[in-house]
Design a protein around this ligand. Structure first.
Ligand code: ADP
Length: 311
C-alpha cells in the first residue's frame, strides 16, 4: 500500500546551453545537451519518495524512448508505477534553453500527459486506495485532477492541491471543495484570490481567501520568505532555511512532495511544514529539477542545524 498517491505530469526535460538565445530566424550553436527527469507530477512523487514516503504515481508516458527511460529511472527510485500508462505517441517533453547568464526559455509539449482523463485518474486513485494522502499539481488536464481529488476524497484520503500552473481558464469549478490543503506560490495565490500578494501580510489575506473559496487549509509559499498558512486551528509563518541558492527550479515541487510524505507519516502540521520548507531550500542549492530533490537525511540535517521559530 502506498502512503502517498501523486497524480500528475511526467516530462523529459531536454536542456541545451547556449552562449546567447537565438533571434527569430537565427541559428546558434548549443552545447551540453542534457536529459533530465521532469514534470511536476514526477518531481513531486520523487520528492515524496526521497523523503521516505511509499509513493505511487498516476499519469502517462508516451511510447517513445523517453517514456521507457522515465519508467526505468522511476522504478529504480522505488515508486509504484502501476498507474502510469504507456500511450501511443510522444512523452511530455520540455525543451529548455539556458543562456550564459542563466536565463531560460522553455517550450513544453504535453504529449502523453494530455491523454489523462477524469475517468482514468479517478479509477486509478480508487484502485490505489487506501492511501493517506493524494497530491496533485495542475500540469495535466484540470478535469483529470478534479476527478482524482474527488475519488481520493471519497476514499477517505487527505487531498493536497498544488495550483501550479493555474490554468488559463482558472481552477476547475468545485476543485477547492474537495481540497483539504491548497499550496499556491505568491503568483498563483494572487491569480486565484484576485488580490496582490507581495510579502507576508498580504499572503495571510490570500491564504484566508483560498479557504473562503473552499479549501480546508491553505499554504502560500513565498520563496526566500518561507511560507504562511491558514487552517481551521490557526495561522502561522514557517520561515525559510538559510541557504545559498543556485537555481530555484523545483523548490515548490520539493516543498509539496515532502509536505505530503510528512503528513502521511502523521507528523504534526508545523513539523511537516518545516520539513517541506527545508526540502524547498535544499532544492535551490543544486541545479535542475530531479537532481535537486533532497534525501530524508539531508532534510533531517538541515532541520536539526537550524531550529526555526514559527511566527
Ligand atoms: P515555487 O517554486 O512553486 O515558485 P517557492 O519559490 O515559493 O515555490 O518555493 C517553495 C518553498 O521553497 C518556499 O516556501 C521555501 O520554503 C523554499 N524556498 C524557495 N526559495 C528559497 C530560497 N531562496 N531560500 C530558502 N528557501 C527557499
Amino acid at each position: 500500500m502506498s502512503a502517498v498517491v501523486c497524480i500528475g505530469s511526467l516530462n523529459v526535460d531536454l536542456v541545451v546551453r547556449v552562449a546567447r538565445m537565438p533571434d527569430t530566424g537565427e541559428t546558434v550553436t548549443g552545447h551540453a545537451l542534457e536529459r533530465h527527469l521532469g514534470g511536476k507530477g514526477l518531481n513531486q512523487a520523487l520528492a515524496a519518495r526521497r523523503a521516505g514516503g511509499d509513493v505511487a504515481l498516476v499519469g502517462a508516458v508516451g511510447s517513445d524512448d523517453g517514456g521507457a527511460w522515465m519508467l526505468r529511472e522511476l522504478g529504480h527510485e522505488g515508486i509504484d508505477l502501476t498507474a502510469v500508462s504507456v500511450v501511443e505517441g510522444p512523452s511530455g517533453t520540455a525543451l529548455i534553453e539556458v543562456d550564459a547568464r542563466g536565463a531560460n526559455r522553455i517550450v513544453v509539449v504535453p504529449g502523453a500527459n494530455g491523454w489523462l482523463t477524469s475517468d482514468y485518474t479517478s479509477a486509478e486513485v480508487s484502485r490505489l486506495a487506501p492511501a493517506r494522502i493524494a497530491l496533485a499539481p495542475l500540469e495535466v488536464p484540470p478535469v483529470a485532477v478534479l476527478g482524482a481529488l474527488r475519488a481520493a476524497r471519497s476514499e477517505g484520503m487527505r487531498t493536497i492541491l498544488n495550483t501550479a500552473p493555474v490554468p488559463a481558464e482558472g481552477l476547475p469549478q468545485g476543485i477547492l471543495d474537495v481540497t483539504d490543503i491548497v499550496v499556491a506560490n505568491e503568483y498563483e495565490a494572487s491569480l486565484i484570490a484576485q488580490r496582490s500578494v507581495d510579502g507576508i501580510e498580504p499572503a495571510y489575506a490570500a491564504a484566508r481567501a483560498l479557504r473562503d473559496l473552499g479549501a480546508g487549509s491553505a499554504i502560500v509559499t513565498l520563496g526566500a520568505d518561507g511560507a504562511v498558512w491558514s487552517t481551521p486551528e490557526g495561522e502561522g509563518h514557517t520561515p525559510a532555511y538559510p541557504v545559498t541558492p543556485i537555481d530555484t527550479v523545483a523548490a515548490g515541487d520539493a516543498f509539496c512532495g515532502v509536505l505530503a510524505a510528512s503528513l502521511a507519516r502523521d507528523l504534526p502540521w508545523e513539523d511537516a511544514l518545516r520539513r517541506a520548507s527545508a526540502a524547498g531550500a535544499l532544492a535551490t542549492t543544486v541545479a535542475g529539477a530531479a537532481p535537486s530533490l533532497p534525501s530524508a537525511d539531508a532534510i533531517d540535517r538541515l532541520v536539526a542545524a537550524h531550529p526555526l521559530e514559527d511566527t
